[in-house]
Design a protein. Sequence first.
Length: 137
Amino acid sequence: MCRAASITGNQPHSLRLHRREVKLTAALVLMPLLLAGCNTQNSSPDEVRERTAQATSEIKKDAKAVADGVKEGWNRNQPLDINKATKDQLQSLPGMSAEGAERIIEGRPFRSATELVHRKIVSQQEYDKIKDQITAQ
């Protein structure tokens, strides 16, 4: 086995995922710049600069979405902290409505997740659906 393969094999899974995401982001950034140079039409430097700026702006948004997706994926197996979660994150919980998410946000801070029921933020039935997926830190 070559040295590079043995080094890669010993790295933690999260580091390999991070490196893969960095490579993907770099490819997304470089691709429009390379494609801008492949244009068969004669373009002025200002046109090339404008197209490159536009492509870079779009890639910046995509790179942020990729980074947010990676972060969300890493946290997916961890309980959602009801003191820090966004409305969208709270609504991703089973049976959670927009109104329920707003009640949780307005009721912050919580010392424990069970306060959701004690303070009548959610019903016991609603709490039973989400109790294994939430925490209060």
